[in-house]
Write a protein that binds this ligand. Sequence first.
Ligand SMILES: C[S@@+](CC[C@H](N)C(=O)[O-])C[C@H]1O[C@@H](n2cnc3c(N)ncnc32)[C@H](O)[C@@H]1O
Length: 216
Amino acid sequence: MGRRSLPRVDKNIELGEYLFSLSDFTDPWTPFDLFDRPAELEIEVGSGKGLFLASTASRLPDADFVGIEIVHKYARFSAARLARCGLTNAKIIHGDALALFTQHLPTDRIAAVHVYFPDPWWKLRHRKRRIMNDAFLRAVQRVLQPHGELHFWTDVEEYFQRALEQIRVSTQLDGPRHVEEAPAAHDLDYQTHFERRMRLHERPVYRSCFRKLGFS
Ligand SMILES: C[S@@+](CC[C@H](N)C(=O)[O-])C[C@H]1O[C@@H](n2cnc3c(N)ncnc32)[C@H](O)[C@@H]1O
């Protein structure tokens, strides 16, 4: 299913508190530094239009949320959404998730990692670009806190099965736990924009949740 064009971001919206670039940060730096309080931190990989970040951060004000998005115009779009909601517990970083996870996330500290509808890279020769790879998953295993969770959803059954096998090989995470489909109470009551599109088109969604059992 192709992507639609993105609406323009209102130039009057101040994005300074919401939009960051991974390339601006030098060691020692972690995403915890983006918030001025100690709180549990959850990371979303590939935030797209930012629906998950905005709705979940609004619902869970006691936790902090960071999205990492490799395409700048999507990161900007998500930042504008967070700004419009006036959220103080959610930020978006423009950059590559693998670099964030391998270089900037401390061990045993992240409450949850969310990976929703990652790019499937359909062509065989492009599959190595898939984010659910050995290096990324080893980093997920390292950074999650005890009882921390990895949430992975996709509409691509082949990617789902391969990723589950890769999680088994690359991590000691407990799962997969089955995740029930929740009924939508309104037009934006979906985990992400991609989930909304798949469900409105009556396409299947494969959902899984894994849990880290102890310290690294
Ligand atoms: C298919 S879209 C899904 C967006 C959103 N998660 C959703 O479900 O609506 C995948 C997103 O992941 C982003 N992405 C792909 N590779 C990435 C990477 N290495 N680091 C961060 N974001 C990435 C893409 O730019 C895109 O916005």
